[in-house]
Design a protein around this ligand. Structure first.
Ligand code: CA
Length: 758
C-alpha cells in the first residue's frame, strides 16, 4: 500500500489543482482496479459479482464504499474509460433524474451544463422512464460518455470511497484526500496538523462584555462596549477577533452626548456652563433679552442624556403694544422695526379729506409695551351752523356730525315764496359751505296799474305786488267795473283774475223810432254814460216825447224815447145810408190813411169817392153825402085817387103810391107802384076809366107815361138853375146848399099829381 492521493472527496476538494490530482489519481486507480479489493483513501471500485438495478447499485456502493461515483470533469472520464474493463451492460454512475432534473445524488446538486458528457443523441429518454445514467466504458463509439437508461436495468455499480472522516481536521478545516490518507487545509483562524490551535488577539482593558467561544481574546471572541448615561461610544460598540489576530477595530472610547449648539437669540444673550464639553451632556444655558424685548420660552435649557435640550431655545420678542387700528376716517402708517406693534414701532396718523386729527400725530411703542399717548381721532371739519331762512325750511343731512364735512342742507321756501340762491349747500373739506344760504322771497306777480277811469288800492304784505298782495279796483262815477273787484297775488305769481276794466255805464241801446231818425253822440262808447241822442221824424209824422235823451250814470236814459206818430186827420164817419171803407197805414185816420165812400142801394154819393189824409192833417176833400134816388113826382088827378107814403123822401126810393079811382071809374093798371133803386117806378101809373069808356082809359094810360117824362125834365131844369145861382154868389154858399139838403130831406107828400100834359 504505497502512498496514494485521492482525487477529490468533498466539494472543497474540487477546487484543488487538477493537474496534480490527475497524476495522483491515475497511479492510485491503476493499482486499485487491479486488486479490486482496496478500501480506504479515495479509490474506485466496481462490483464484478453481478449487475444491479440503479437503486440496488447505489445501496451496494453506500454499504461498502462511500457512494456511486461522481464524475465531474473530462479527464476523470477519460481515466475511467481507460482503466475500467469493458462490460456488456456498462456502469451505473451517481446521476439520476429527480423532479425532471439531472442531479448528482451524492451532493443533491443539479448537473451543470459544462459538466455534461452525454453520448450523441442522448439523453433520449427512449421508451420513457430513462431516469438513471450509465457510462459507456470502452464502447466502440461514445466511449466514456453517458446514456440515460431505465433504472430497473441491471448494470455494474461504479463506486468510490473517501479517506476523510467527519471528525478529521478537528472540523476546523477541509480534509484533503491523499492516497490512503488526508491532509488538513485549516480554516482561517486555525492552525496545526489537525487545526487544533486558535489564533489569538491582544488582550483588551477590562470593561467590555466579552464572549470567548474559542479561547480568551482569540479568534471569534467578541467584546461589546457600553458607556454611562450621558456618554456615547466613539467607534464600534462591538469588536471581534479576526483570523488574522487583529481586532476588527480599535477599542472605542466614551464621549459626552452632544446637544445641538445653541446661539444667543436675536436681541438677547446666552450664558452657558459646560461640564463635559461645549453643549454636551449636563451643559446648561441661560437666556436673557435686551431692553424692549421679552423672552418667549424657558429661561434655562439643559442638555439631556439623549442629546436633546430640555426645551426649545426661547426667542427674544419685542415687547408688544396694543394693536392700533386706523382711526375712523383716517389712515395709520406704521413702521415696525421688530414686529407689528412692538417696541420701537412708530405709527403716524392721518385723516381723510374733510377730517382733522384730534390728538398726537405720532405714537411710539415703549419698552413697557405702552404707546406714548392715546391714538388720535379723526373729526369731521366743521362748517358754520345754518339757520332756516325766513319763510323757509332747512333740511340737513349730517353724515359725520351736525354741520360738518359732507353735511348737505337743502333749503325750501313756504308756499308763495321762492328761493333766491342755491337749493343745496354742502360743507366742504375746508369748513366752508359751497355757497351763501339762499333767501326766501315772496313770489312776484305782474305790477298792476290803475284802470282807465278807475282807481287801484293795494295792500302788500310781503312787498309790492307779491304773494298775498291784494288789490281792490274801483271806478269813477258813470263807469262800472268789468271783472273782479279784488285780485290777489297767488303763490304761482299770478293774479287770481285778470284786472277789471272800468267801462262806461251802459244805457239800453236806442233804435231809430219808426218813421224817424236817431242821431247820437257817444263820449265813452255806444249808448253809454254821457251819450246823447236826438230824435227826428219823417214827413207826416210828429214826435211824441222828448227831442233829446241823455244816458245817465245810472244807466238809464233821461226820458223815455219819443215815438214818431203819424199826423192825425179828423175822424170820418160813414155818411147816412152809406159806408166808409178806410185803409190806415199809420193809424186810424192818420197820415196816408185813405177812405173810400159808397152808398146803399137807392142812394147816390154826392161828393168825392175817396179822400186821403195829408201831412198837414187834412183830408184831401170833404166827405160826400148819400142822397136818396128820386123817382118822377106823381100827381093824382080826378078821378084817380092817389095815396103815397114816402119813408125816405118825397117820391124817392122806397116811396109807395097806391091808386084807386073815384066812383064810376075803374082802375086800369096797377094799384100800387113803388120807387125802385134805379129811380124808376115799378110800374106805369094806372088810369081810371069810365066804366063805359075803356078806350079813354087806354088813352089815359098812354098819356100818363108822357107826363112822367115831363116832370123829370122840369126837375132837371130846376137843378141847373140852382147850380148857376150857387156859383155866382160864393158867400151865400151855405145858404145855397141848404135848399139842396132840403131837397134831400123831402117832406111827405100827401098827394101826388102827374102833369098829365107831359
Ligand atoms: Ca438512452
Amino acid at each position: 500500500m504505497g502512498s496514494a492521493v485521492g482525487l477529490c472527496s468533498s466539494p472543497r476538494a474540487w477546487g484543488c489543482d487538477w493537474n496534480i490530482a490527475r497524476l495522483l489519481c491515475f497511479a492510485a486507480i491503476s493499482w486499485v482496479l487491479m486488486t479490486q479489493m482496496e478500501v480506504g483513501a479515495w479509490t474506485y471500485h466496481y462490483g464484478d459479482k453481478s449487475d444491479y438495478s440503479w437503486e440496488v447499485a447505489r445501496n451496494f456502493c453506500r454499504s461498502f464504499y462511500t457512494d456511486l461515483v461522481a464524475i465531474q470533469n473530462q479527464r476523470e472520464i477519460a481515466y475511467l474509460n481507460s482503466v475500467l474493463p469493458h462490460h456488456r451492460t456498462y456502469y451505473w454512475i451517481g446521476i439520476r433524474k429527480i423532479n425532471n432534473v439531472w442531479t448528482w445524488v451524492g451532493t443533491s446538486k443539479a448537473l451543470t451544463k459544462e459538466a455534461e458528457n452525454w453520448a450523441s443523441r442522448e439523453p433520449n429518454n427512449k421508451g420513457r422512464n430513462q431516469d438513471c445514467v450509465e457510462m459507456y466504458i470502452k464502447r466502440d463509439n461514445d466511449a466514456g460518455r453517458w446514456n440515460d437508461e431505465r433504472c430497473q436495468k441491471k448494470k455494474r455499480a461504479l463506486c468510490y470511497q473517501a479517506s476523510c472522516q467527519s471528525s478529521s481536521c478537528s472540523q476546523r478545516g477541509d480534509c484533503v484526500e491523499t492516497i490512503g490518507n488526508y491532509t488538513c487545509d485549516c480554516y482561517p483562524g486555525f492552525y496545526g496538523l489537525e487545526c487544533e490551535h486558535v489564533v489569538r488577539c491582544k488582550n483588551l482593558d477590562p470593561g467590555p462584555d466579552c464572549s470567548h467561544p474559542l479561547g480568551e481574546y482569540s479568534y471569534n471572541s467578541t467584546c461589546k462596549f457600553l458607556c454611562q448615561e450621558g456618554f456615547e461610544l466613539q467607534g464600534l460598540d462591538t469588536l471581534q477577533c479576526l483570523e488574522s489576530g487583529n481586532w476588527t477595530a480599535e477599542a472605542p472610547e466614551c464621549a459626552a452626548v452632544k446637544c445641538p449648539a445653541l446661539a444667543a437669540p436675536g436681541r438677547g444673550g446666552l450664558n452657558c456652563t459646560h461640564w463635559h464639553g461645549d453643549f454636551t451632556y449636563n451643559s446648561s444655558c441661560a437666556f436673557s433679552c435686551e431692553t424692549g424685548f421679552v423672552r418667549n420660552g424657558s429661561e434655562t435649557l439643559e442638555c439631556t442624556a439623549l442629546g436633546q435640550w430640555t426645551g426649545l431655545p426661547p426667542l427674544c420678542e419685542a415687547v408688544k403694544c396694543p394693536v392700533l387700528d386706523s382711526p375712523d376716517r383716517g389712515q395709520l402708517n406704521c413702521t415696525h422695526r421688530h414686529g407689528d406693534f412692538t417696541y420701537n414701532s412708530t405709527c403716524a396718523f392721518s385723516c381723510e379729506t374733510g377730517f382733522v386729527r384730534n390728538g398726537s400725530e405720532t405714537l411710539e411703542c415703549t419698552a413697557l409695551g405702552q404707546w406714548t399717548g392715546h391714538p388720535p381721532r379723526c373729526e369731521a371739519v366743521k362748517c358754520p351752523v345754518l339757520d332756516s331762512p325766513d319763510r323757509g325750511q332747512l333740511n340737513c343731512t349730517h353724515r359725520h356730525g351736525d354741520f360738518t364735512y359732507n353735511s348737505t342742507c337743502a333749503f325750501s321756501c313756504e308756499m308763495g315764496f321762492v328761493r333766491n340762491g342755491s337749493e343745496t349747500l354742502e360743507c366742504t373739506a375746508l369748513g366752508q359751505w359751497t355757497g351763501h344760504p339762499p333767501r326766501c322771497e315772496a313770489v312776484k306777480c305782474p305790477v298792476l296799474d290803475s284802470p282807465d277811469r278807475g282807481q287801484l288800492n293795494c295792500t302788500h304784505r310781503h312787498g309790492d305786488f307779491t304773494y298775498n298782495s291784494t288789490c281792490a279796483f274801483s271806478c269813477e262815477t258813470g263807469f262800472v267795473r268789468n271783472g273782479s273787484e279784488t285780485l290777489e297775488c297767488t303763490a304761482l305769481g299770478q293774479w287770481t283774475e285778470h284786472p277789471p276794466r272800468c267801462e262806461a255805464v251802459k244805457c239800453p241801446v236806442l233804435d231809430s223810432p219808426g218813421r224817424g231818425q236817431l242821431k247820437c253822440t257817444h263820449w265813452h262808447g255806444d249808448f253809454t254814460y254821457n251819450s246823447t241822442c236826438a230824435f227826428s221824424c219823417e214827413t207826416g209824422f210828429v214826435r211824441n216825447g222828448s227831442e233829446m235823451l241823455e244816458c245817465t250814470a245810472l244807466g238809464q236814459w233821461s226820458d223815455h224815447p219819443p215815438l214818431c206818430e203819424a199826423v192825425m186827420c179828423p175822424g170820418l164817419a160813414a155818411p147816412g145810408r152809406g159806408r166808409l171803407n178806410c185803409t190806415h197805414w199809420y193809424g186810424d185816420f192818420a197820415y196816408n190813411s185813405t177812405c173810400a165812400f159808397s152808398c146803399e142801394t137807392g142812394f147816390v154819393r154826392n161828393g168825392s169817392e175817396t179822400v186821403e189824409c195829408t201831412a198837414l192833417g187834412q183830408w184831401t176833400g170833404s166827405p160826400p153825402l148819400c142822397e136818396v134816388m128820386r123817382c118822377p113826382k106823381l100827381r093824382g088827378l080826378e078821378p084817380i085817387l092817389m095815396n103815397c107814403s114816402h119813408p125816405l123822401g118825397s117820391f124817392s126810393y122806397g116811396s109807395v103810391c097806391r091808386f084807386r079811382c073815384t066812383q064810376g071809374y075803374f082802375l086800369n093798371g096797377t094799384s100800387r107802384v113803388r120807387c125802385q133803386p134805379d129811380a124808376h117806378w115799378s110800374d106805369k101809373m094806372p088810369t081810371c076809366q069810365e066804366e063805359a069808356a075803356p078806350y079813354f082809359k087806354q088813352v089815359l094810360l098812354y098819356m100818363g107815361g108822357g107826363a112822367v117824362a115831363l116832370v123829370a125834365l122840369l126837375l132837371t131844369g130846376m137843378l141847373i138853375a140852382l147850380l148857376i145861382k150857387r156859383l155866382s154868389d160864393k158867400e151865400e154858399e151855405k145858404t145855397l146848399l141848404n135848399p139842396t139838403s132840403d131837397l134831400g130831406v123831402t117832406g111827405v107828400f100827401t098827394n101826388a099829381t102827374f102833369d098829365s100834359n107831359l
